[in-house]
Design a protein around this ligand. Structure first.
Ligand code: C2O
Ligand code: CU
Length: 566
């Protein structure tokens, strides 16, 4: 009897341990629906009827399975898990043309991967310009049982900031690849967790198209209990805009960025770029008899979009009650210094520092320019504008398929010494290529992103660069031309933050370091949807020989037709 009892106890203990890593199974139906996130009715891509889609909530070590049914009818689809490194599962990165063939209409694709690290991540479409049609959401990964965060809070909330256009992605994409170039301009509204407000009196639309009292565009409300501390996870998935975010009367303490703990610092405005995530702590310690504005504003480009508004609601004040004050104004849109200062203030938290290798094995300098290719406006890296091949690189490289992409590697640098980053280039022409960088496995790579003037006089834009499959150490930022002989001496090798997305500021440079230790093929690109579409990206291959069997579900297009199928 006693033996049996002990056995029972043992098995139940074992069960508790095994039960830690769970499988989280989702079934998503992706389709077009009419939505009015900013009161203006247009077609949006929804997941199970919503945009943003469902938040994936998981625990470190869990396996996520998402069965995605493409019900778009007329369009292919792919979904990327932004910030998840896909260690051992490069075929599940969800990048059309790089790691998989797109999911064709009517098909169901099963994504399956591990979330190996706690933190705040995102997901979004990675086919064409579908992300800005509304296919996006949050991924929140908590620590394993028994581990605690190095900061204290009572409740956890997630929001995504976004910009929103009334023109369809088709019109936008066609405009970008037309002569003359047709630019969609600034967004019609800014959304906080999928809700914004377009001024309906500003439009001559047909009756019923813009309806200010549609409940779909009532502001997002975050209710707080007086005295409690909230961890607010903020992600940005804008198509274009750099944003500032603030909460009226409340400071925010930054504690996490892209899944890494930050040495805490306090801000009134949080600057956030497309593809970044932050966690901030907020204390609900203000006058509880009223509500407060949460606002987001465009920075870095001359704004032509009204602020996005949400409500911080103090319980038991009515959530629908507008704050009695006017929303706070955003920061000066074209002041780069405070944005650079926030970038530089973001360091790894004491006790959680991952020290980078002291020196790189290879340094690549990526000059970011705006160019012409056969008269089309494009973005280029070292004068090469990226195009996606029809057959995904991952499959082509793993199975040695020939004639799939340009085998000559892209340039490893441009003559920076003699390039004037402050003027419009004399020769604006660049070329197209789908060539890739093949990295030696396990080597340490340094990337210097160098910004420059666009084809418009006195203009340089902000580009948030995102790396798939890795985090990188952010070694430094600067304004002006990177000095290859001296600037590396100023790198922060003591407590650099690890991120997956960083901005390169106007006329500035950003230096990062990563280990090429994740077998696969990985995109590195500007997270501005139109910029990537216009060629602002590169691809890295590393350790392809170490990639195991690829799932047959990623095949089916280009040279992979019938390939790997029994
Ligand atoms: Cu979130 Cu390749 O992007
Ligand atoms: Cu860009």
């Amino acid at each position: 009897m006693l033996k049996l009892l002990v056995l029972c106890l043992l098995t139940s203990l074992m069960f508790v341990q095994i039960a830690e890593a769970r499988i989280r199974h989702y079934k998503w139906d992706v389709k077009y629906e009419y939505k009015s996130p900013d009161c203006y009715k247009k077609l949006a891509i929804t997941i199970n009827g919503g945009t943003p889609g469902p938040t994936i909530v998981a625990q470190q070590g869990d396996t996520i399975i998402v069965e995605v049914k493409n019900s778009l009818m007329l369009e292919n689809l792919a979904i990327h898990w932004h910030g998840i490194r896909q260690i051992g599962t490069p075929g599940m990165d969800g990048t059309d043309g790089v790691t998989q063939c797109p999911i064709v209409p009517g098909d169901t694709f099963k994504y399956e991967f591990k979330v190996d690290r706690a933190g705040t991540y995102l997901y979004h479409a990675h086919y064409g310009m579908q992300r800005e049609a509304g296919l996006y959401g949050s991924i929140r990964v908590s620590l394993p049982d028994g581990e605690i965060e190095p900061f204290v809070y009572d409740y956890d909330r997630s929001i995504i900031l976004n910009d929103w256009y009334h023109k369809s992605t088709y019109e936008q994409a066609t405009g970008l690849s037309s002569i003359p170039f047709v630019w969609v301009g600034e967004p019609q509204s800014l959304l906080i967790q999928g809700r914004g407000k377009f001024d309906c009196s500003n439009t001559l639309s047909a009756p019923g198209v813009c309806n200010a009292s549609n409940p779909e565009c009532s502001p997002y409300v975050m209710t707080v209990i007086p005295g409690k501390t909230y961890r607010l996870r903020i992600g940005s998935l804008t198509a274009l805009s750099s944003l500032s975010f603030q909460i009226e009367g409340h400071n925010m303490t930054v504690v996490e960025a892209d899944g890494s703990y930050v040495e805490p610092f306090v801000v009134k405005n949080l600057f956030i770029y497309s593809g970044e995530t932050y966690s901030v702590l907020i204390k609900a310690d203000k006058d509880p008899s009223r509500n407060y504005w949460m606002t987001t504003n465009v920075v870095s480009r001359l704004p032509n979009t009204t602020a996005g508004l949400a409500i911080l609601n103090y319980y038991p004040t009515h959530p629908g009650q507008s704050p009695p004050t006017a929303p706070p104004a955003g920061p000066i849109w074209n002041a780069t210094a405070p944005r650079l200062a926030q970038s530089q203030a973001t360091k790894a938290r004491q006790g959680f520092i991952s020290t980078p290798p002291a020196t790189p094995d290879r340094v690549l300098v990526f000059l970011n320019t705006q160019n012409l290719v056969n008269g089309y406006i494009r973005w280029a890296i070292n004068n090469v504008s990226f195009t996606l091949p029809h057959t995904p690189y991952l499959v082509a490289l793993k199975y040695n398929l020939r004639h799939v992409f340009n085998k000559s590697p892209p340039p490893i640098g441009q003559d920076l010494q003699n390039y004037d980053i402050y003027s419009v280039a004399k020769n604006k022409n660049a070329s197209l290529s789908d060539g890739i960088y093949r990295l030696q496995f396990n080597t340490t790579m340094d990337i210097i992103l160098q910004n420059a003037n666009t084809m418009t006089t006195n203009n340089s834009e902000t580009h948030p660069w995102h790396l798939h499959g890795h985090d990188f150490w952010v070694l430094g930022y600067g304004i002006g031309k990177f000095d290859i002989h001296n600037d590396h001496k100023k790198y922060n090798l003591v407590n650099p933050i690890m991120k997956n997305t960083v901005p390169v500021h106007p006329y500035g440079w950003t230096a990062l370091r990563f280990k090429a230790d994740n077998p696969g093929v990985w995109l590195f690109h500007c997270h501005i949807e139109s910029h990537f579409h216009m060629g602002m990206g590169v691809v890295f291959e590393e350790g392809i020989e170490k990639v195991g069997n690829l799932p047959s579900s990623i095949l089916g297009c280009g040279e992979t037709k019938g390939f790997g199928r029994p």
